[in-house]
Design a protein around this ligand. Sequence first.
Ligand code: TPP
Length: 904
Amino acid sequence: MVTDNYLSNADIGYIDSLYEDYKQDPDSVDFGWRKFFEGFELGQQKSSSSISVSDDMLKEINVLNLIKGYRTRGHLFTKTNPVRERRKYLPTLALQNFGLSESDLDKVFNAGVELGIGPGTLRNIVKHLETTYCESIGAEYVYIRDPEKIKWLQEKMESTRNQPNFSIDQKRQILKKLNQAVVFENFLHTKFVGQKRFSLEGAETVIPALDAVINAGAELGIQEYVIGMAHRGRLNVLANIMGKTYNDIFKEFEGKVSEGDGLFEGDVKYHLGYSTEYKNHAGKKIKLTLSPNPSHLEAVNPVVEGITRAKLDNDYKGDVDKICPILIHGDASLAGQGVVYEVQQMSGLKAYQTGGTVHVVINNQIGFTTNFADGRTSTYCTDVAKVTLCPVFHVNGDDVEAVVYAVNMAMEYRQKFDTDVYVDLLGYRKYGHNEGDEPRFTQPLLYKLIEQHPNPREIYKSKLESSGAIEASLAKEMEQGFRQMLQERLNESKESGLGKVTNFIESYWKGLGIAHKEDFQKPSPNTKVTQKLYKELAEKLTDIPKDFKPINKIQKLFGDRKNMIKNDSYDWAMGELMAYATLNNEGFDVRMSGQDCERGTFSHRHAVIKREDSEEVYLSLKNLGNKGKFEIYNSLLSEYAVLGFEYGYALATPNCLTIWEAQFGDFGNGAQIIIDQFISSAGAKWKTPNGLVMLLPHGQEGQGPEHSSARLERFLQLCANYNMQVAYPSTPANYFHLLRRQLHRNFRIPLIVMTPKSLLRHPLCVSTLKDFTTGGFVELIDDTTVVKPAQVKRVLFCTGKIYYELLAKKIADNRNDIAIVRIEQLYPLPEEHMAAIRKKYNKAQNYWVQEEPKNQGAWTFLLRSEDSFSMKLVSRKSSASSASGFSKVFAKEQADILAEAFAK
Ligand SMILES: Cc1ncc(C[n+]2csc(CCOP(=O)(O)OP(=O)(O)O)c2C)c(N)n1
């Protein structure tokens, strides 16, 4: 690659002097120049030209720069847009812009060697470059910094001129898939007039492209694909790639699907997931999983990556050559949605990597009604690929062979280099955003062109016929045969029973499901461990190997943890770490990621410690001799994608405690789409259980409006039909049991935990060995200091941190007339326990005491409770902000709450 390293802005005087040196002693110049001069002299012998050496050498350099120009910028001049002229980019690749002219066309240049075609005329070199870089495939790759990758791509493209050379059988397969794609859309369009389906028309070549990727991957060792895509073309993919039966799809169009059971409420057909096993042409079995997705574009991307990683870790022993994610994007959403960037950033991180994602863009040049020129600043919708130096192939969607060729190349690249790769399939959208929309409102001119444009099947059919590759009758037979089959399936669908929706990832969930009311009517399961086991694990957990010397503070911290065993008084961190240690001991896995979670934002966890004098780390949780795995990762500074990823991971790992921790709870709202569209509602929409745990530091600590609230009220507002659990535990042991409970039941639903900050070091927020080795999680903790319930005049119900402040005041004021009752699990609300408390303290007035403002915290949720009872509220007054930024105001408010709660 002489061009890149030596010739940009070359000074001819300097080159002349180098050439003189070379003639004296070839070894006196460095390798690249030596090769260049060797080639130059070879060219001189072959060329009949008689101009001076310096001029010739300059021209050679110019030709090399021309080659470099095509490699770098050729994609700007491709014929990749099937329906309209491309924007003009300057400077062009005209000869004049490289110091060359028409008169040089028939001169022989050694620079042809650089292209692998040997010395050749400029005419030939240009032709080679034009067909390689400026026909139906535009390749962007020169920004990649790894010379091996560049060399591979360059050789691949230039040796074949980016021109496919498919066998007749391959061409027939392409036509067959294209036929299915086109006829299926047309069939739906005529049979289900006006129904929304987000047709693929204008980009039907994505079907042969996916078929090719799957088959190419299978040949390269792939055993499974996990796919994510939005609405556009989804039904076509479900039918013609995933193998969902046409019958089932037609039933969905006819509304013949079994209705929900109160917990399962269903979703529109173009959001549903599916999984299948597929046998390729060579008889190899490939698993395909299409994740369901919400309307929120690109939100499914991290989820797909998480599912893939879970399967990679557990089913494929980390072998990235066996499983691959495919993400199919719309051009507007790819360019506009920030989560795309976040997921791209994750692609090479050890916590999240999946060995490279194949991205396919259904680029119809419009987002709803917005033209691409208003939808992005970047040249291409795929420009995010450059963040991680991934190659991009822009391909004309009307040239199906080029599309198949490009995706095959992409798949090969992914298998070879384990990085992401993008294929941008340039098409158009035959109808409006959906089939009822009028696209001429906003793109009248474009739609004049589109109306007259033949579909990609017609284009390919004509090409094959005129080249003699197939008989005209074959294409006709294919079409008629497929149409007839669809009609038969449609007739059957009308006669057969209701279709039903299944969990797309069912095979992982045998014997486990979503929760029902009865599950919460019985006490939480026993999650105690034996004293012997607890102590054994606690000792090992607090050991640091003799030859591993961390800084003194860590040594002290581990010493303090050892003292907890001696003193039988365990703090929050020990409660948590012991939950992981004991779960691992039982064979369950634990995986956690979040910002700085290895140490813990508040420096409490220290699950990973570092040697004082090197980067070496030690994780005692990995060294307990347990059966289960423990994985913990500091995340990138993202909430949306990381939470989505961990949610996806949990989808495919029912026996792993999968945890995402927010730095502070309020940052969780950066991932609100994942919370709303997946965590809280996926069970109801898609029948998918999920045992994800979210740890959200929460509580008023006088730190100002930020970081005081994990927005407990919002989680509670989303709760219904046992969709998730929201807890605010107040003791290390109850937290221990809460985490362990997550894997000790025959159902999985997400667990949202408000976690503490100051309580991490509160002297009273401790538990004893007995607490960990008896019973299980308790949803409500009664006041054990009350001796005579009949004397209690006031019950202060509360949750979480404020308990310790109330307790301190109760003790200080010696108030036997007050009982403080902690609700440790807010949803499902332990209503029976609460009723029992009311009965026990039947002479008392009930209060709800919260430190959050009235419009926040649990209060509004408690009012919603069906079994609500008359409680008086003590709280901060309603506020637009979550806490005062003035420490004095904060302190006064906190004191007022306590005073009011205990007022006589
Ligand atoms: C996050 C999000 N914002 C807005 C929308 C509404 N919406 C639905 S489709 C669409 C245009 C998408 O364009 P593109 O990504 O190019 O896909 P296409 O529909 O053109 O295939 C928009 C804005 C959405 N679904 N998701």
